[in-house]
Ligand binder design. Structure first.
Ligand SMILES: [Fe+2]
Length: 221
């Protein structure tokens, strides 16, 4: 849609309890520190989506991912928004405040939930998650502090995310993070927004994957 100017993102801070979010910073930080000490062998490197920034960089990053829900059968990226296919992992029990916060988010149901973290010193290659313009994943990306230098990117323009939370177009622009000098992390929750939320979000006439960008650029609450 012509109204959309990439790079862009929709802050979700107005729809979440940022006070509660900030209060779980210590729990998540301590969980990651403990996870690194006890689960190093299981720690999985975070892999980006199919298209990375030119010149093409590694899809396997030096950052890590912890799944708080796991796919019940054989993983397919297109399933990340299908609640019936995702079950809580043992790690979810170790972050009760985070899980309680996630239950307050404006979802009808949640599906994939993951923490992406870096010990410091590594960025995440700018990438898009998939290439299907007719597929729009509903999710909330958030963080409990501003250590992570996360951005959306398009045509050599980089827009850093300045809010605690965001929903962004993962198809028609790239996203990634710059290296930070300290432990940094974000959480992404995919699912289906609840009816109240759906009513607030306009639909673009074309390119459904751009719904969050269309909303951001229309600047409608
Ligand atoms: Fe991504």
């Amino acid at each position: 849609m012509p109204i959309i100017q990439y790079p862009c993102y929709k802050s979700m801070d107005e729809f979440i309890d940022t006070k509660q979010l900030k209060a779980i910073d210590q729990e998540v930080t301590q969980f990651i520190e403990s996870y690194l000490m006890t689960e190093q062998a299981n720690t999985r490197h975070f892999e980006t989506g199919e298209i990375t920034q030119f010149p093409w960089q590694s899809k396997v990053t030096k950052s890590y991912v912890v799944q708080l829900t796991r796919h019940a059968t054989e993983y397919d990226y297109l399933d990340i928004n299908k609640p019936e296919l995702w079950n809580l992992t043992k790690y979810a029990k170790q972050v009760p405040l985070l899980m309680a916060f996630i239950r307050t988010l404006p979802f009808e149901k949640t599906a994939r939930i993951m923490i992406i973290f870096d010990k410091g010193g590594h960025g995440v290659t700018a990438h898009r998650d998939h290439s299907f313009q007719d597929l729009c994943h509903e999710f909330i990306w958030f963080r409990t502090n501003f250590n992570k230098r996360f951005y959306v990117y398009h045509n050599k323009q980089k827009q850093y995310i300045e809010s605690y939370s965001a929903w962004f177009d993962t198809v028609n622009q790239l996203h990634g993070s710059d290296p930070a000098q300290t432990l940094n992390f974000s959480i992404r929750v995919d699912g289906i927004f609840n009816a109240e939320m759906q009513k607030k979000i306009p639909f673009p006439a074309i390119n459904p994957a751009s719904r969050s960008a269309y909303w951001a650029c229309r600047n409608t609450p």
